[in-house]
Every structure is written in structure tokens, then in C-alpha cells.
Design a binder for this molecule. Structure first.
Ligand code: CS2
Ligand code: MG
Length: 405
């Protein structure tokens, strides 16, 4: 089944998404997500200039070989831009294979390992009271796991909170330049344990709770935080330190039994290998989009399973619904699936462009059985929402030093 055309769409129904559509000679098409937040157009160029011309006429069924061809064949392996581009091609090819087989993709992986996908939602807020109010609402909605993020008092902007704004563009003041936020490790360390103490006092221990440090601590600071949080029995602490130096996780591991999650920025299995085989982490957060596609992610899952490490794919708002649907299939299959990050059912604009259906019942996400990923993309609707240049915020310490955001 020959590949006839590859189209790349960039649209902004609330935020930017890069979507790939591969069309075969018989008119079957498949979709993939190539969104790399803040660097979208670099991926578009990679796809249009460097990938698409090599694939026209190739057999769409040869998913593994095409993946190897794009990864090894480029000589310049890995990197966020190239793996997002390769991932989108890989996803689109799995979608096509599912459609041609008339089966949902999870069937091609070996079938379902569970009835639904456990998700964790986000309870955010400007104050502890607000976070706890949102947590209460989510517990009533049936969530079994929730991530808590709260604005730090007397701080200009905190990751995971909106400063009372409605959306990312409003947060940026509609300037297409990186907004700047502020960070104080001391204020953070003094504040976060109180958030979890109050959450446990109010809601008990049945609800699984997690938290994203977003790589702002050093290994010894992270160790101290994880120890302070031990009484509150978190599901995991995410990105306690940056991942470039894998041994940072060894330091934390030696000090605490708070479970650790990381990997949303991993691009390959090799990024994760040392942490997994040393059992320094408990959950791998790699998304199909940023990890190079379903083809490498299933290898990552199998490798992680040898070491009791579970999959907890990244599901922030900048991963498109195509990625969410790919995760549904992956998570239904992966024997060592843990939990999926889930940020809700999208806005009217988003759902006008992407047609898909997921349903939350008792904390589990379900979808209908459809061939392929079970998602469609409306090209005409997408034209109504043109690309807007935008960036993630940058972070500075109170003395002005640039810090990890
Ligand atoms: C994150 C994201 O959801 C998460 O865990 O760390 O919010 C991350 O900051 C964005 O996806 C970056 O684009
Ligand atoms: Mg994260």
C-alpha cells in the first residue's frame, strides 16, 4: 500500500498543534501528532523538507523499517525536533494499519490488558483552599488520582497555575514572546508539604495524589522534599530534578520511599535506560509524540516492565487529541501501564478541529472501538485557527539568575 501524500497542518484552536496526515494510494489516511510546544515550526520544516520527500511511494505497511530509516537513516539520531517529526509519521502509519485491518490499534499490539485507562487530572489553584476545592470537585467526578499544583505565595507566576487567567495566551498578555516567572526554592520547600498535609486531612488517603516539581530542585533538595512528603503517601513526585544527569535520581532514591516519575522530555529508550535498569524511578512519563512514536514506546514499555517500572504517559494540554487517542490504545495494551495524565475534554474550538470521543467513568477513561486511533481531523475547521507564535515561560531566581522552568 503506497504512500501517496503527506500533509502537515499547524493550527491554533486555543493553542498550537502540528498534525500530520498520511494518505495512501487507495485513499486511506492516518493521523499523527507532531506538536513540540514553543518550537512547532522547526518540526514542520523537518517534516516537510526532510521527511515527506523520502516517503512518497514507500509501503505504508513497513512501519518498523520506516521508523529505522528515519531514525538511523538520518545519521543525526534523537533530539526533540526530529523525534516529534518521526513520531507523527509513525502514529499516522499505525492509524492506517488499523484502518486497513479494520481493527483498533490496541488489537494489533496484542489486545487489551484492562477495561479502561486510569487517569490523573489536575487540581490547580492560587491558594491551598482553591486547590482543595478543585480536588473535592474532581473526587466527586470520580477521579481516582489527581495532581496538585498551587501558586507560591508572594511569587510572580508558578508552574501549573494560571495566575487567575483563563488560558495560556492570556497568561502571556498576548505577547508572542516568552513570559517570565520567578522561583524561590526556599519558599517552595516551606509551602508544598502544607498543601499535601491539608489535602490528606480533608480527603483522607483513598485518592492518589501526585505533584510535578518541574525539574527545579537539586538532588539533595529533592530528597528532602520527598522525605517531607512521605507521611502523605504520594503516588509519585514528578521531575524532581532534571534528567540530563540520570544519577540525580540515584541520590533521591537513596533517601526516600516517595515514588519517582520522570521522562516527559525523553526522546528515546536510551534516555530512560540507565534510570530504569538501576530502578531509580517508578514511572516513565514519555509520550508517544515526544518519544518517537508507538514503535519505540512499546519497546520502552517492555524494557521498563523487566524492572517493575510502569508507564505514565505525559498528557499536558500541548499534546494533541491525536496523542491522547494513541495513548488510549497504548495504555489499554501495556501490561505495565500505571496512570495517564489527563487534562479534560477540550474546548469547543479544539473539538471542532479534532473529532474523538472519550468518556470518564469511576476514574477510568474509555473510548469507542473504531479502526485505527479512532480520531478525525477537520482540515476546513483548522483553517479558522491559524498558527500563533508562542513560547513556554522562562524562569528566574529572585536575584535574576535564569533557572529551569
Ligand atoms: C508538564 C507539562 O504536564 C506535565 O507534567 O510538565 O505541563 C509541560 O510543562 C508542558 O507539556 C511543556 O510543553
Ligand atoms: Mg511534567
Amino acid at each position: 500500500m503506497k504512500i501517496k501524500d503527506i500533509k502537515v497542518f499547524v493550527c491554533c484552536p486555543g493553542r498550537n498543534f502540528v498534525t500530520v496526515k498520511i494518505i495512501t494510494e487507495d485513499g486511506t489516511y492516518g493521523l499523527g501528532d507532531a506538536t513540540l510546544n514553543g518550537r512547532e515550526m522547526a518540526v514542520v520544516a523537518y517534516l516537510e523538507e526532510h521527511i515527506a520527500p523520502c516517503l512518497i511511494g514507500k509501503d505504508a505497511h513497513q512501519i518498523e523499517d520506516i521508523w529505522q530509516y528515519l531514525y538511523k537513516g538520518a545519521y543525526w539520531q534523537n533530539g526533540a525536533v526530529s523525534t516529534a517529526a518521526i513520531a507523527a509519521i509513525d502514529m499516522a502509519l499505525w492509524d492506517i494499519k488499523g484502518k486497513l485491518a479494520n481493527m483498533p490499534v490496541y488489537q494489533l499490539l496484542g489486545g487489551k490488558s484492562r477495561k479502561g485507562v486510569t487517569v490523573y487530572g489536575h487540581a490547580n489553584g492560587e491558594t491551598i483552599e482553591e486547590v482543595l476545592k478543585n480536588l473535592g470537585t474532581m473526587i466527586n467526578e470520580g477521579y481516582k488520582a489527581v495532581r496538585l499544583q498551587c501558586a507560591l505565595p508572594d511569587t510572580k507566576g508558578t508552574y501549573g497555575t494560571m495566575e487567575g487567567k483563563k488560558n495560556y495566551y492570556e497568561l502571556q498578555g498576548n505577547r508572542p514572546l516568552p513570559p517570565e516567572q520567578e522561583w524561590s526554592t526556599t519558599k517552595y520547600m516551606n509551602f508544598i508539604p502544607e498543601l499535601f498535609k491539608q489535602a490528606r486531612e480533608k480527603f483522607g488517603y483513598a485518592i492518589a495524589l501526585c505533584h510535578d516539581v518541574h525539574s527545579r530542585l537539586t538532588p539533595i533538595e529533592a530528597s528532602r522534599l520527598c522525605k517531607l512528603l512521605e507521611p502523605y503517601k504520594l503516588l509519585f513526585i514528578e521531575d524532581a530534578v532534571t534528567t540530563e544527569n540520570a544519577e540525580g535520581y540515584k541520590v533521591i532514591r537513596e533517601h526516600t520511599d516517595t515514588p519517582l516519575a520522570t521522562g516527559e522530555k525523553f526522546n528515546t529508550l536510551w534516555d530512560a535506560k540507565e534510570m530504569i535498569q538501576n530502578q531509580w524511578i517508578d514511572y516513565v512519563r514519555t509520550a508517544v509524540t515526544h518519544g518517537g512514536g508507538l514503535t519505540p514506546l512499546k519497546k520502552l514499555a517492555d524494557f521498563a516492565s523487566l524492572y517493575h517500572v510502569r508507564m505514565a504517559p505525559h498528557g499536558a494540554p500541548d499534546l494533541s487529541p491525536v496523542c491522547l487517542m494513541a495513548h488510549m490504545h497504548f495504555n489499554l495494551w501495556a501490561p505495565n501501564f500505571g496512570v495517564q495524565e489527563f487534562v479534560g475534554f477540550g474546548t469547543p474550538e479544539l473539538n471542532e478541529v479534532f473529532q474523538y470521543k472519550v468518556e470518564l467513568k469511576d476514574g477510568l477513561l474509555y473510548m469507542d472501538d473504531k479502526p485505527g486511533w479512532g480520531i478525525d481531523f477537520d482540515e476546513e475547521a483548522a483553517k479558522k485557527y491559524p498558527y500563533k507564535r508562542s513560547y513556554l515561560p522562562v524562569n528566574r531566581l529572585e536575584d535574576g539568575t535564569l533557572w529551569n522552568w
